[in-house]
Design a protein around this ligand. Structure first.
Ligand SMILES: *[C@@H]1O[C@H](CO)[C@@H](O)[C@H](O)[C@H]1NC(C)=O
Length: 357
């Protein structure tokens, strides 16, 4: 069942050619210690800025060639061309190619799991490409059944490396644990949104992944669709509680709530300068990647997280309706190809997914 139809192969090729990038995806095999055999792929535009920023773009869970699929199916390479940063696409080594977010090793700073390998890629990029260590970011999105919870895990296990993170349809770091120590294990309690804890309990989970760490944690944006039936919507509240606990915010009292932000049908809740939760009304597990928003959040364009209005926490939440903008990647309807949508430019991804199932 691994054969692709001729038409899907043609569409895949077309998608690659249509990208019009200045450079190509390269595999790096000697990036350092790699206990779990994670693949490293890098997109370095022909022209990068001096001391470039790095985005680690962590693929969703799917069939083969996952780093490649995320490279051609997400906007980061093209954004790297126009903004002069570098993208690292780690590639999961596990069968089914989901990330290990469940074992003690991966949930521990320098624990020898997948997270450790990805951290080593970042160090390699800083040394080899003279990347700016203060502008390393991590993002990941989910599709096709299983999650990119790795992004939250990276933020929790390597807060020293990352300045900011953008998470699409994830779960709280440490939610998807395996009580029996399983690697890359499924946890339906968490997936179904039934792993509920207090802010303080979640913060302790994060702190426990890197005991003794006293530095800052990356600023976090969490996107989630209300109609997610893979990682159910209540997971957004748990993610928000987790990071609110870490930052000392109040997850129950956002300082600002913006309707139709950053796109129509989305509601952005701001809990403090370092934490935003973004809820997509009626959006399923596949929240479209808002690459331009990510770059703003990272400060690659615009002023970054430091320009997020910092309203005193005593101020009651206000609801503001901001003008509906037309994002380049409209989140609902229209002709945009979504991850889960078969046909269009991502047809190849769907073919792989379907072939696997
Ligand atoms: C699933 O994760 C929760 C924490 O979110 C944990 O308490 C539970 O033991 C895990 N289940 C299994 C089967 O490992």
């Amino acid at each position: 069942m691994l054969g692709f139809s001729t038409s899907s192969a043609v569409l895949c090729l077309f998608a690659g050619l249509a990208s019009g990038l200045t450079s190509t995806l390269q595999q790096v095999t000697n990036f350092g210690s790699n206990p779990t055999n994670v693949g490293m792929f890098v997109y370095k535009p022909t022209t990068v800025k001096a001391s470039p920023a790095v985005i680690v773009a962590i693929h969703y869970c799917t069939g083969t060639a996952q780093a490649n699929a995320y490279f051609s199916g997400s906007p980061y390479a093209s954004l790297a061309d126009t903004n002069g940063f570098i993208v690292i696409y780690p590639s999961s080594p596990h069968s089914g190619t989901c990330w290990d977010v469940s074992s003690k090793a991966t949930l521990t700073h320098n624990g020898g799991g997948d997270s450790n390998a990805i951290a080593n890629m970042v160090t390699f990029a800083i040394n080899t490409y003279k990347a700016d260590p203060s502008r390393i970011f991590v993002t990941g999105s989910s599709s096709g059944g299983t999650p990119p919870m790795m992004t939250n895990v990276m933020a929790a296990t390597y807060p020293n490396l990352f300045k900011a993170a953008s998470v699409y349809s994830g779960v709280a770091a440490g939610c998807f644990v395996s009580s029996s120590g399983g690697v890359d294990a499924w946890n339906s309690t968490c997936a179904n949104g039934q792993s509920v804890a207090t802010q303080q309990q979640w913060a302790n989970v994060v702190k426990g992944m890197f005991p003794g760490y006293t530095g800052t944690y990356p600023a976090i944006q969490e996107y989630h669709g209300t109609a997610d039936t893979t990682l159910f919507y209540p997971n957004l509240a748990e993610e928000v509680k987790e990071w609110a606990g870490v930052f000392g915010y109040n997850a129950a009292a956002p300082v600002q709530v913006l309707q139709n932000t950053p796109a129509s049908g989305y509601t952005k809740s701001i809990y403090g300068p370092n934490l935003q939760g973004i809820s997509g009304q009626g959006v399923g597990h596949t929240v479209p990647i808002m690459g331009a928003e990510d770059l703003k959040w990272f400060g690659i364009t615009g002023g970054g997280v430091t320009t997020t209005p910092s309203v005193p926490t005593s101020t009651p939440a206000t609801t503001t309706t901001s003008p509906t903008t037309s994002p380049t990647n409209p989140p609902t309807g229209g002709t945009v190809a979504h991850w889960d949508q078969c046909g269009g430019m991502y047809s190849c991804l769907c073919q792989r997914k379907l072939a696997k199932e």
